[in-house]
Design a protein around this ligand. Structure first.
Ligand SMILES: Nc1ncnc2c1ncn2[C@@H]1O[C@H](COP(=O)(O)OP(=O)(O)OP(=O)(O)O)[C@@H](O)[C@H]1O
Ligand SMILES: [Mg+2]
Length: 425
């Protein structure tokens, strides 16, 4: 298979048949430098090309052959069981060449020429070739190989394989070997980079799976409104409705008993109605409000909740809601649940005289602060009290949404609950 040489950056003068000019005459170190630069530019060009791996190795092999005036070039890769196989695609071999079937099994003793190349990067050059290497190819069925040199394909300590050029009409030089070694090292680094990139790709896929599981979980949590509705319905049924039925019965008794002591009966009825009222108020405070559609609804929900706290417990409310953008419903649901729990705690535990709720859109999310001037408590002692899950649930809800929640308090100094959730799940 034919492959065009990789575009070579930098200034490598080319002669008419495409090879670097004056390569076999003139000043040696200068020529080495030119070839080395051209080879490195060819390797690194892969980093910003769209080449697939066979395409890249095909073009890099063509460049290698070009720079060392070889007829063919190939990369050989070391497998996990010590077998060297061809890395697609080599340059200069016919499609039916036996090279594609060659498997070189490296010996455990490490004394062969291939072992020396791969593990020590050493090769003896005799009259423009490495005779021991040539013999290896011929033994493997590549009978027409006349000359060859090879260098290790490595990334740091890691041995990836070997890079080989074959058949130079004028014989290979030490310069050619030097350039080959550079290519072996540079290709190793690119290879390692590619592997890390793949690994990163896999990690990204795993992360996406975790994110989707998180979104799923979060949707379930946000849908917890259904659960709240069910609790509301059964509490309403078991408590308030039964009391109302009792009140109806009492009223009926008054109506049908013209001789009864109406004063006593009316007092009883008033007591029952008070109980109904209490029971309904209990429901109002214990069940989370339904998730609301718009920021203005969120403000309304918070205001109503604060007002009922003021009436019931005499806690003076302060409210500061600055939600500039529309907050998605799922995020509102989470924010309202956390606010509701924080306010429940203020009412139940704090003996506060003032409570402040601040909500604002910040850093691509919603930040909420609930502060009270009550008794305060030791946070570390209270976050894991068995059977009391309010604080833990607040933190979990925020974290599951990709945000955070901080609780600051100390005895005698009030409490501040602060959380932030991103706008997008
Ligand atoms: N604002 C507050 N002021 C004073 N103490 C508080 C406040 N918030 C929480 N606490 C203390 O922290 C404890 C744990 O709170 P948490 O919300 O986890 O549980 P709870 O309110 O007791 O029960 P529930 O599981 O119903 O929420 C409370 O029992 C209380 O002692
Ligand atoms: Mg609580």
């Amino acid at each position: 298979m034919e492959a065009a040489a990789l575009p070579v950056a930098g200034k490598v003068p080319l002669d008419r048949d495409g090879g670097p000019r004056s390569r076999r005459s003139g000043h040696e170190p200068e020529r080495f430098q030119e070839s080395a630069l051209a080879a490195l530019a060819a390797v690194s060009s892969y980093l910003d090309s769209d080449d697939d791996l066979p395409g890249f190795f095909g073009r890099l092999s063509a460049t290698m052959a070009d720079l060392s005036r070889a007829r063919r070039a190939a990369f050989w890769r070391l497998g996990p069981r010590g077998t060297l196989t061809l890395q697609p695609t080599p340059f200069g071999f016919a499609d039916d060449s036996p090279v594609y079937g060659v498997r070189l099994q490296l010996g455990a003793a490490g004394e062969g020429v291939i072992e020396r190349v791969v593990f020590e990067d050493q090769l003896d050059l005799v009259r423009g070739t490495a005779p021991a290497l040539d013999a290896t190819w011929r033994e493997s069925g590549l009978r027409d190989i006349k000359s060859s040199i090879a260098a290790a394909w490595i990334a740091g300590e890691r041995r990836i394989g070997a890079v080989v050029v074959y058949d130079s009409p004028h014989g290979f030089t030490l310069n050619d070997l030097g350039v080959l070694r550079l290519v072996g090292m540079a290709t190793g680094l690119v290879w390692q980079y590619k592997e890390s990139e793949d690994e990163l790709g896999h990690t990204a896929v795993r992360l996406e799976a975790a994110m989707s599981a998180r979104r799923h979980l979060l949707n379930n949590i946000a849908a917890g409104g259904d659960e709240a509705r069910r609790r509301f319905a059964s509490a309403l049924h078991d408590d308030s409705l039964q009391l109302l039925t009792g009140a109806e019965l009492q009223l009926e008794r008054i109506r049908t008993d013209p001789n009864g002591n109406h004063q006593v009966q009316l007092d009883q009825l008033r007591n029952t109605l008070r109980k109904v009222e209490d029971s309904l108020r209990r429901l109002l405070t214990n069940v989370s409000p339904e998730p609301l559609q718009l920021p203005s609804d969120m403000r309304e929900a918070i205001s109503e909740r604060l007002e009922s706290m003021r009436v019931r417990a005499g806690i003076e409310p302060h409210i500061d809601i600055r939600l500039s953008e529309e907050v998605p419903q799922a995020i509102q649901a989470i924010a309202l649940k956390n606010i509701s729990e924080a306010l429940n705690n203020v009412e139940k535990h704090a003996h506060a005289t003032r409570v402040t709720v601040v909500a604002e859109t910040v850093d691509g999310g919603v930040r909420v602060e609930v502060r009270d001037d009550g008794t305060g408590f030791v946070v570390a002692e209270s976050v894991r009290v068995p059977g009391h899950i309010g604080l833990v649930a607040m933190r979990e809800r925020a974290q599951l949404a990709g945000g955070w929640c901080r609780i600051q308090s100390e005895p005698g100094n009030g409490t501040k609950v602060e959380f932030w959730v991103p706008r997008s799940l």
